[in-house]
Design a binder for this molecule. Structure first.
Ligand SMILES: Cc1cc2nc3c(=O)[nH]c(=O)nc-3n(C[C@H](O)[C@H](O)[C@H](O)COP(=O)(O)O)c2cc1C
Length: 201
């Protein structure tokens, strides 16, 4: 487990989540680590068919665990979740939740949920690790703005034995370059990259 991975989950190229991904990578590099940035929008991911194949295909691993495994990039995106020392997600809030492309990919992790439920060691015995999330929302207020995203992420990450650290959240970030107008926010993100890498086992 030598690397970290940063999943940039916005549909908008060059926006706030992308900027955050760059800053997290900078922080990881400053702490002596290595980070790959993966842009979810650049990958083709089909919706889970809810066919229950993964629950019945006991001990099948990798692409073979899902009927769609050979047909799209979902598994390629999951692979680093099995091997990375730590992972980061940077995402906007869309309608009080995660963007649909990101959620579509999350639903495909049902194959790992099924394997873990069955106690299959290749998933159940993954090392316990910590995941980090940075969320951006356009609205300046709203008590429940980040609630749905956080609950979903917590249980998604649990499939891979990741615990979700307290998310870094930014409100009132709406226009494409809004993060860049807040050097204080940017410093917090770089610092997160540094400390997350330094504290990862
Ligand atoms: C489809 C869509 C839905 C959105 N829904 C919300 C919302 O429910 N609450 C909110 O505060 N901002 C909402 N926003 C604004 C984004 O969260 C905001 O513009 C964010 O900075 C975008 O991040 P990005 O630059 O990484 O794409 C929405 C934006 C889009 C495109």
């Amino acid at each position: 487990m030598t690397k970290s991975v940063i999943y940039a989950c916005s549909h908008r190229r060059g926006g706030n989540s992308d900027r955050t991904a760059t800053l997290l990578a900078q922080g990881v590099a400053e702490a002596g680590g290595e980070a790959n940035v993966l842009y979810i929008r650049n990958h083709s991911v089909m919706a889970c068919l809810a066919c229950d194949y993964c629950a019945k295909a006991k001990f099948k691993q990798g692409m073979a665990r899902c009927v769609l495994g050979q047909q799209d990039d979902a598994y390629e995106l999951f692979e680093p979740m099995l091997t990375a020392r730590t992972v980061f997600f940077t995402s906007p809030i869309y309608f009080y939740h995660l963007p649909s492309l990101f959620k579509t990919w999350i639903d495909r992790s049902q194959q790992f949920w099924a394997a873990k439920q069955l106690g299959e060691p290749w998933v159940a015995d993954l090392p316990k690790r910590t995941a980090h999330v940075v969320l951006h929302a356009g609205r300046p207020a709203g008590d429940k703005l980040f609630e749905g995203a956080q609950v979903t992420l917590k249980y998604f990450l649990n499939n891979f034995n990741f615990t979700l650290a307290e998310p870094l959240i930014f409100r009132g970030i709406d226009e494409q370059n809004d993060m860049e107008a807040h050097p204080d926010f940017e410093q917090q993100i770089i610092e997160l990259g540094r400390t997350a890498w330094a504290s990862a086992q």
